[in-house]
Design a protein. Structure first.
Length: 528
């Protein structure tokens, strides 16, 4: 039996972030990870052919760019531990089947000039929206990366002034409703809706998901998306270096069976091998709310019922990694120059209605293959594949449960689905299908297998991002403060907690909550 100040279940980037902050605060921290490597969804692995290193999940890091973790470099990830990002001038791109295209520049003036090609009115509306967003950004960012206030006071605060009332109104609406009211240009609407539908994994007409539209528009101009130059796993490696540099430990191949609770207090973790890791101050657990009672006994039944009723997004991601024997330039001859350095979304629709129709199979639990919604494309970051080669990073929106009968059939059909998706993307990248050296396919069921305690039902964002599961309601009102009611010193950390999403909070709010409960001044620690 080993004793620490804090023990952490899970080595995903959220748990690593919380552990790094707590280690910097002087706590003796242990992280237990069940795999032979850390990172969860933020990993870069040689998984197809020798010399090809693929980002298993996230390839670009968007929301985290607004996190004080990076803005202030609170843990020294950039200045001390080598984390580097590439920031493209035009990070958001769209390419339709007829090769019509659209881009958003980091520079607001350039973006408005681009929009004005289609509509002066839309350019003016867009500028006004971003300028409004600049006023509310400090309030938004303060709440995103901290412990959320309860929903009642949060709504009351928003209702107290006009900017807040506008924000609340938009949060309760759907992205489709927002763009229909604001803009007249269909390709601009498709462009924004595609980015939001991938960023929050919600249907464009889902009410109560309007916050995704707000944040996707604003962050590109104030905290633009970055691509980690050494792959997504560089973030996890930098966090791990911070942990060990501050005296913490990381144990791999250590699967946790249960949280040890004594006299109503969490005092450690027990592995499936029976080894115990004791904690004097706190236990941090990457446990999805719907699985709490699998690891913790004696919890309140009403709290558990609400935790099990948390909802996923209506669809999730299907992913293909492939090693390609040709360069990005060779395969991208048909891609417009304006999209050369953007994360261009290639979609097979040519109209707004066609784009919206692409979601219909997903509503019925059927694979979206006739007009698939692609994400990603051909990439070639220096050092992540052999010289003169490239790799495919392809995502597609797909349902977890097929025909409402569960996910099991994915094992039988995923390779055929991958063939269809590559064939579709070959319209934009001629020669793609014949350039594949080797590939790995991840269905929504595989997503769940990868991280069974976080990606429940294949939900890579932990939970859906509907209004009833945001801020002080995420994942439930009882659990939104990160502490588990009825068990002292037990805290939750993962994508299912506020602020949600993929690479976003990185455990910072959990660490703030624990430090506050332990009487540690977070701001003072960050100045050290």
């Amino acid at each position: 039996m080993s004793t620490y100040d804090i023990v952490v279940m899970g080595g995903g980037h959220n748990q690593l972030g919380a552990a790094a902050y707590l280690a910097k605060a002087g706590k003796k921290v242990l992280v237990c990870e069940m795999k032979e490597f850390i990172g969860g969804g933020a990993v870069t692995l040689e998984r197809t052919a020798p010399g090809f290193f693929h980002n298993k999940h996230s390839a670009m890091h968007g929301m985290i760019q607004a996190n004080p973790l990076l803005v202030r470099d609170e843990l020294g990830l950039k200045s001390k531990y080598g984390l580097k990002y590439f920031y493209p001038e035009a990070p958001m791109g769209l390419l339709l089947k007829d090769f019509s295209h659209f881009v958003t520049f980091v520079d607001l003036d350039k973006t408005c000039q681009y929009i004005a090609r289609y509509s002066e009115k839309d350019a003016d509306t867009y500028r006004e929206f971003v300028e409004w967003g600049e006023r509310i950004m400090p309030m938004l960012l303060q709440g995103m990366f901290n412990v959320p206030i309860p929903m009642g006071p949060f709504i009351a605060m928003l209702e107290s002034n006009e900017d807040g009332r506008r924000l609340l109104d938009l949060m309760l609406r759907s992205p489709l409703q927002i763009v229909d009211e604001m803009f007249e240009t269909d390709i601009l609407k498709i462009h924004l809706l595609k980015w939001v539908s991938e960023g929050i994994l919600q249907f464009p007409d889902d009410m109560g998901t309007g916050f995704g539209m707000i944040i996707m528009i604003l962050l590109v101009h104030f905290h633009p998306v970055g691509f980690p130059t050494e792959g997504s796993g560089a973030l996890s490696k930098a966090l791990a270096a911070c942990i060990t540099d501050n005296g913490g430990e990381i144990r791999l191949n250590t699967k946790i069976d249960s949280v040890i609770v004594e006299s109503g207090r969490a005092v450690g973790l027990r592995s499936t091998d029976g080894e115990e890791f004791r904690a004097k101050d706190a236990v941090v657990a990457g446990i999805h709310p719907a699985k709490l009672d699998d690891f913790v006994s004696g919890l309140d039944e009403s709290m558990l019922r609400r935790a099990k009723r948390t909802k996923n997004a209506p669809y999730t991601l299907f992913k293909i990694d492939a090693a390609l024997d040709r360069s990005v330039e060779e395969l991208s001859s048909r891609i417009p120059e304006e999209l050369a350095h953007s994360a261009a979304n290639c979609i097979t629709a040519t109209t707004l209605q066609g784009f919206l129709d692409s979601f219909e199979p997903l509503r019925r639990g059927q694979p979206g293959l006739e007009n698939p919604l692609h994400g990603g494309g051909i990439v070639g970051f220096p050092g992540l594949q052999p010289e003169g080669k490239s790799q495919l990073y392809l995502t597609s929106y797909q349902p977890y449960s097929l025909d409402r009968q569960g996910p099991a059939r994915w094992d039988d059909i995923k390779e055929d689905v991958a063939d269809r998706l590559i064939e579709s993307l070959s319209h934009f990248f001629p020669g793609l299908a014949t350039s594949v050296i080797a590939r790995e396919v991840d269905s929504p069921l595989d997503m769940e297998r990868w991280s069974p305690n976080s990606f429940v039902n294949g939900e890579v964002h932990g939970l859906g991002l509907q209004f009833f599961q945001t801020s002080g309601f995420r994942p439930t009102p009882e659990l939104a403060q990160y502490a588990v009611p009825g068990v002292e010193a037990l805290y939750l950390c993962g994508p299912f907690m506020h602020p949600g999403g993929a690479i976003f909070g990185v455990g910072r709010p959990t660490a703030i909550k624990i430090m506050d409960d332990l009487g540690i001044d977070f701001d003072k620690v960050m100045k050290q």
